[in-house]
Design a protein around this ligand. Structure first.
Ligand code: DGL
Length: 283
């Protein structure tokens, strides 16, 4: 296979990366994709930076073995905490969400809210990137620990979900934000709940589409665009394939065939997944 026709690796802790894949498929219909969801070890957003960095290395090592020509971190938490550390360790380009998202946000407004996982919010990565581009912006970053367990636990329709979303977002509305960034790729899956809370005055930024634009530019710059039609997207997870297949089908519009990967560093991944979702659901 020529380098141009090798797949692009896209990864997240779970189904969040599908919001990136959706934008990717629209903009780059010829590119083949190797999708990985680290469902055995999610949520990433309540993990430490060293843990997340180790997980990211597992994934990128595996993607390197599979011959990807580029990798996209379709996960803000990984982008915020691990991208700078691991980027130079691989011989293919690795792109993340923070800078493309920050650039889009500062173009859109001056008073910017970011909803993100606790790890991303605590890192301050979005605020730092935005102020580096435009020192006059004001940024508020809010950690939303329940959102990923809600999406992965298939609890979008629960009555409590709206109350949880209000709790996270209303303090930002009180700050008179003009722009709100989805600082976690799982959150666009909650758009029907978040949009009415935010109202029409606030511009919602989904960094996914901006990452995809950056990907397009990078592929062109490196002469790596695929020209022939793509192969079907390959889906892999570290947890239970049937769970991912079932949950992802509502966004993909089909039930994907999903394969399991177990990294050497993992022990009993399936149980870890179940426990962490429960613990987080009860927080
Ligand atoms: N979807 C990921 C993000 O954008 C990670 C969410 C998680 O596992 O906590 O940060």
């Amino acid at each position: 296979m020529t380098p141009n026709h090798q797949p692009i690796g896209i990864f997240d802790s779970g189904v969040g990366g599908l919001t990136v894949l959706r934008e990717f498929d629209r903009a780059l219909p010829n590119e083949s994709v190797l999708y990985f969801g680290d469902t055995a070890r999610l949520p990433y957003g309540t993990r430490t930076a060293p843990e997340i960095t180790d997980f990211v290395r597992d994934i990128l090592d595996w993607m390197a073995d599979r011959g990807v020509k580029m990798a996209l971190m379709a996960c803000n938490t990984s982008s915020a905490l691990a991208l700078d550390l691991v980027r130079a360790e691989y011989d293919f380009p690795i792109l993340g969400l923070i800078f493309p998202g920050a650039r889009a946000a500062v173009k859109a407004g001056k008073r910017i809210g970011v909803i993100a996982t606790p790890a991303t919010a605590n890192s301050g990565a979005y605020g730092d990137a935005m102020r580096e581009i435009d020192p006059s912006v004001e940024v508020w970053e809010v950690g939303c620990p329940q959102f990923v367990p809600i999406v992965e636990g298939d609890r979008l329709q629960d009555a409590a979900t709206i109350a949880t979303a209000r709790e996270y977002i209303e303090p930002l509305i009180d700050r008179n934000i003009d722009t709100l960034v989805y600082g976690c790729t799982h959150y666009p899956h909650l758009a029907e709940i978040i949009r009415p809370i935010v109202g029409d005055q606030v511009t919602l930024i989904d960094p996914a589409s901006h990452l995809v634009r950056a990907t397009l530019r990078e592929l062109d710059l490196l002469g790596l665009r695929a020209t022939a039609p793509r192969q079907a997207t390959q889906f892999y997870v570290s947890g239970v394939p049937s769970q991912f297949s079932e949950l992802s089908s509502r966004w993909l519009g089909f039930r994907p065939q999903v394969h399991r990967v177990v990294f050497p560093s993992m022990s009993n991944p399936v149980d870890v997944h179940a426990d962490r979702l429960l613990v987080n659901a009860e927080e």
